[in-house]
Design a binder for this molecule. Structure first.
Ligand code: HEM
Length: 397
């Protein structure tokens, strides 16, 4: 097998290919996407922190100067939303936006949400066990982070069903070489989402609540686009990967029954288990960076204007960093996985994600003495955002 992000077999198990890349060609050019693949942990980690690269180049160059085609005008509503959030900008705009939002995500602030996260997790798990199981992704993995981030922002309950489809369509644009249909769906979702948030923010400006949309709407230095971009980013980033870590994580445990039994017996292993599940089957397989100034990696010159693809899933299985990297070890103590990124864009929501995962895995282990897989799950086609379609299990208390 070769690196082929459109091949379902590769998406299902990319790790042998990664192993070969790390050993034989840690920097390799991938023609179909015109990107340089970077597969070793040390290089991924270093490039994420290297200021000669950026998530965007538009603060230093035009599309033309970077040899990239102009964006279709019809995509403007999408990029307007995405480029107004901190994830797709670089300093100094990034520094300003991140500073404004980070107060809501300090470990202390987030810790105060734990009782609520626990209550939601326990409610979902109880209902799931009572009906003997079902699709663990749709019934537990998804509603938990969606509820938590929606409550934080103050999205009314009757509107929350809109979030998942909007987010899924927007994320379609992040896959490699998206189809015209996927692009169209992403643009439409971004416009609808933006329209919805503008109306909500206007309401909260008139009658503020205790929520994050009200708090952001009260900040004068935040433009309306930045407010919308920030809320879309928080709502999407605030659940997509957590859903996939939960689904992928349980599938990993089912494939490693001895480790599942070990965790059941000793739930004090939960903190290391959650980190290990994020490492072993990485939910976000790749992140891209633009090369803003010429760089050289292992003797390969990568000129300004190129794009590098940092293979997180590969970095997380690097034998130079992890002992027996292909073994799932829920007690792994030394685990510098890269799943939350590194450098200035390091995941703002990491403390919240950790709490959600601990509470959801913890509630399932405590309240479902028996959890059994009903059928082998299928992977969704996406490679960058990698998760299962569903996870059918039977559950008993
Ligand atoms: C297990 C779940 C999660 C994983 C694996 C994850 C992973 C990541 C990664 C890898 C990045 C950096 C991307 C890059 O450098 O290009 C990132 C950024 C970000 N994440 Fe998460 N994330 C998770 C959950 C969350 C949650 C719950 C939130 C809550 C709001 C969140 C909010 C953000 C934000 C706002 C950024 C942008 C930070 C910046 O640009 O400075 N994430 N996340």
């Amino acid at each position: 097998m070769r690196f082929d992000p459109w091949d379902p077999d590769f998406v299902a198990y990319p790790y042998d290919v990664y192993d070969e890349l790390r050993r034989e060609s840690p920097v390799s050019y991938f023609e179909p996407t015109n990107q340089w693949l970077i597969s070793r942990h040390a290089d991924v980690n270093a490039l994420l922190r290297d200021r000669r690269l950026g998530r965007s180049y538009l603060h230093v160059a035009t599309h033309e100067e970077f040899g990239r085609p102009p964006e279709p005008e019809s995509h403007e509503p999408f990029w307007r939303v995405i480029r107004a959030g901190m994830l797709d900008v670089e300093p100094p705009v990034h520094t300003r936006l991140r500073r404004l939002v980070s107060k809501a995500f300090t470990p202390r602030m987030v810790e105060s949400l734990r009782p609520r996260v626990r209550a939601v997790a326990e409610g979902l798990v109880d209902a799931f066990v009572e009906k003997g199981g079902g699709d663990l992704i749709a019934e537990v993995a998804e509603p938990l982070p969606v509820t938590v981030i929606a409550e934080m922002l103050g999205i009314p309950e009757q509107d929350r069903h809109l979030l998942r489809p909007w987010s899924a369509d927007i994320c379609g644009m992040y896959e490699l070489n998206p189809t015209p249909d996927a692009q169209h769906a992403a643009v439409r979702a971004a416009s609808e989402f933006a329209g919805y948030l503008k109306t909500l923010a206007a309401q909260r400006r008139r009658t503020p609540g205790e929520d994050l949309v009200s708090a952001l709407a009260a900040i004068e230095e935040l433009t309306e686009d930045e407010l919308v971009g920030t809320c879309v980013l928080l709502l999407n980033a605030g659940h997509e990967a957590t859903v996939n870590v939960t689904g992928n994580g349980w599938w990993s445990l089912f494939r490693n029954p001895a480790e599942l039994a070990r965790l059941r017996e000793d739930r004090s292993l939960l903190p290391t288990a959650v980190e290990e599940l994020m490492r072993w089957d990485t939910p976000l397989q790749m992140f891209e960076r633009w090369v803003l100034e010429d760089i050289e990696v292992h003797g390969v010159e990568i000129p300004r204007g190129s794009e590098v693809a940092l293979l997180f899933g590969s970095a997380n299985r690097d034998q130079a960093v992890f002992e027996e990297p292909d073994r799932l070890d829920v007690g792994r103590a030394d685990n510098p996985h890269i799943s939350f990124g590194a450098g200035i864009h390091f995941c703002l929501g990491a403390p919240l994600a950790r709490i959600e995962l601990m509470e959801s895995f913890g509630a399932l282990l405590a309240r479902a003495n028996k959890l059994e897989l009903r059928q082998e799950p299928a992977w969704k086609p996406g490679y960058i955002i990698r998760g299962l379609e569903s996870l059918e299990v039977s559950a008993a208390g």
